[in-house]
Design a protein around this ligand. Structure first.
Ligand code: SAM
Length: 317
């Protein structure tokens, strides 16, 4: 099986991070069935399809913007690739029931894609003018809705818990003072308000960074989605099947680390053998070529033979 080049962004949607490492930690087998739980620009899906000729890839993403790319990949690999739009918190129902227990590998590349960040209209970036949106699925409550209606205390809690922002109360107070005068509707407006509360920078970092991260994690319910997906992975993987997770901030990595510890064959319930004793980070070369890779953290584990009986909801077949 061939090695995959690190820079594979033919479509300009997203440069895959640690694609070679992902393929090698998945220990691909030619006829395996793999799940790419975060399709994005399709970089991992394509890497898997190319590296393990004969394998099947089932890809998931909640963002309808990926549909044209998924369609293109389907045309290229009609018998080996399928795409399902949905939230990976519902892996159990998204993946056909007859494949449960037969998946050789599942990969998660958490967070947002470059496409989502770079398109101001999606509202993820404090560097681009756009509406206060930040919904990956393009459905449900926007950050604008949240800021308009949440109490000052709730806003402060979100900033503190999901952004680890120690000046959460100051920022929340300033947001509420401003919204009482007129609605806060744009990304740059929110950034100005945060700057007016706590200054423009913390060292070299824009002081809106943590708040934007916190609002994004909250409106997309990212921690819940990750926790529930990881739990479901145990019932989906074949014995010796692998799960590989690339995360980009300490909250996500903490969830993965705790889950691995609890499921570990030596210290926990015995469902997983943890393969990465220490977290794996990208090479200096990759970071130079793709600065967005710099905070990536990869962890991998292998399913043991210990049976896992997930509780299926009524209506599941
Ligand atoms: C970092 S990008 C993945 C990039 C991809 N690995 C590639 O090489 O192009 C993350 C993608 O996961 C999707 N995503 C994040 N959370 C999700 C969830 N809970 N359910 C489904 N998709 C999710 C986002 O919409 C985004 O497209």
């Amino acid at each position: 099986m061939g090695r995959v080049g690190v820079m594979m962004s033919a479509n300009g949607y997203h440069i895959p991070v640690m694609a070679s490492e992902v393929c090698s930690w998945l220990e691909l087998i030619p006829e395996g069935i793999y799940v790419d739980a975060t399709f994005g620009g399709g970089g991992y899906s394509e890497a898997l399809l190319k590296t393990a000729p004969g394998c099947q890839v089932l890809a998931i993403d909640q963002d309808p913007d990926v549909l044209p790319l998924a369609q293109k990949l389907k045309e290229k690999y009609p018998d080996r690739f399928d795409f399902i739009q949905g939230n990976f918190s519902q892996l159990d129902t998204l993946i056909p029931y007859h494949q449960h227990g037969h998946i050789q590998g599942i990969v998660f590349d958490l967070g947002v894609s470059s496409h989502q960040v770079d398109h101001g209209s999606r509202g993820f970036s404090f560097q681009k003018e756009g509406p206060l949106d930040m919904r990956m699925s393009q459905q449900g409550q926007t950050v604008g809705d949240l800021i308009e209606t949440a109490s000052e205390g709730h806003i402060a809690d979100i900033l503190y818990h999901y952004g680890q922002e120690f000046r959460a109360r100051k920022i929340a107070r300033r947001i509420v003072e401003n919204r009482n005068k007129s609605s806060i509707t744009s990304t740059l407006e929110l950034r100005r308000i945060i700057h007016s509360a706590v200054g423009k920078k913390v060292g070299k970092i824009d002081s809106a960074t943590k708040s934007f991260q916190a609002f994004r994690i909250y409106v997309n319910d990212e921690c819940f989605a990750l926790k529930s997906a990881l739990e479901q992975v145990l019932g989906l993987l074949a014995p010796k099947g692998r799960v590989v997770i690339v995360s980009f901030h300490s909250l996500e990595d903490g969830i993965v680390k705790t889950f691995f510890k609890e499921s570990d064959s030596k210290k926990g319930q015995g469902f997983l053998e943890v393969l990465t004793k220490r977290v794996i980070t990208p090479s200096e070369e990759e970071i130079q070529n793709n600065p967005r890779a710099r905070s990536a953290r990869l962890r991998a584990a292998s399913r043991t033979l210990v049976p896992f009986s997930s509780v299926h909801k009524e209506g599941d077949q």
